[in-house]
Design a protein around this ligand. Sequence first.
Ligand code: NAD
Ligand code: UFG
Length: 344
Amino acid sequence: MSLLITGGTGYIGSHTVVELLQGTDSQDLSKEIVIVDNLSNSSTKVLDRLEQITGKKVTFIEADICDEQALDKVFSEHNIEAVIHFAGLKAVGESAEIPLSYYQNNVSGTVSLLQVMTKHNVKNLVFSSSATVYGNNVSPLNETMPTSATNPYGQTKLMVEHILFDLAKSDPEWSIACLRYFNPIGAHQSGLIGENPNGIPNNLLPYVAQVAVGRLAQLQVFGDDYDTVDGTGVRDYIHVVDLAQGHVKALEALGHAKGTVKGCQAINLGTGNGTSVLEIVNTFKDISQADIPYKIVPRRAGDLATVYADAALAGSLLGWQANLDLTAMIEDTWRWQSENPNGF
Ligand code: NAD
Ligand code: UFG
């Protein structure tokens, strides 16, 4: 049997592939891994690194999830039993500039994937959703809260969630985990894979890491007048390896594995803890011993003061919780960044 990983050469996908190839204590999940990625935001160099880390090979197919014929071929040639669907575009700012590309890739692409899965009777899915679907709810955020979106990227995640809920309602054979990620950071401990953004990073950690390594001159801290511990924004940062292990647990909980996920289930993957921007900067400074110049600038439009998860459901439903602390997250980010100063 095979597992299909869309977007598997990307940041979270590549870390998940490592965890899948290395198996888990409870169940051997080291099956054939088939990655489909159009390489719009990743490189095939990741494949060598995956082999270096695990000693195993994956099957890589360069294809776009919007291309139903190509997907059909993948399902015809491999005995796929479940899909983890990471592929998509993810930059909030860019999504407001080119919304159609976001709706095309994230929504139409997912519908194409679901059509082909239905045709081949593969009805087990783990989907990359986001805490962005909680809109302006007050933290801690739990899965029963009403959802909303404030930008096209968030809309695409919400639309796909609605599609998945409708699909599961229409056919009880579907088993779907919609994993709502909080803020993934960190890198694999080997220093061989990590986050590799194109251009100037939008997110805090890659930005701080590039300042520390000397690629960028100065961090801009977006606002110090929030009602938080030091006035800067607070987020629930989660180590990408913990997040990856959450996917393995989710896969084990799907219908084909006779697990606990029935129909379509939204599940937070976060730590339940909040950390401010300045706490991140100071911890990064301590660990890297690098200078991290920053200046306080006005708030970024659309940002909330505080966002963190209620992570209880993932514990009870999947038997998963985050284990790695902020020190590990930043040590691993720094190892990746300092050993690969210009990415791949
Ligand atoms: P990433 O850009 O590193 O990985 C996404 C991968 O999908 C890339 O390798 C890209 O080349 C590929 N891809 C994009 N469009 C495609 C298409 N049409 N067909 C085939 N491949 C395509 O991003 P990531 O951080 O690993 O995120 C993975 C998923 O998790 C995304 O769906 C993202 O929206 C979601 N997510 C990410 C975060 C985060 O902060 N990183 C937070 C919440 C949710
Ligand atoms: N920040 C700065 N300077 C920067 C970048 C970020 O001060 O250069 C601050 C932000 O204001 C915020 C915090 O750092 O307080 C984290 O910002 P990120 O951009 O790293 O992350 P966000 O929480 O804004 O958004 C992320 C993903 C979204 C996802 C969301 C949901 O980028 O895609 O988490 O959890 F939807």
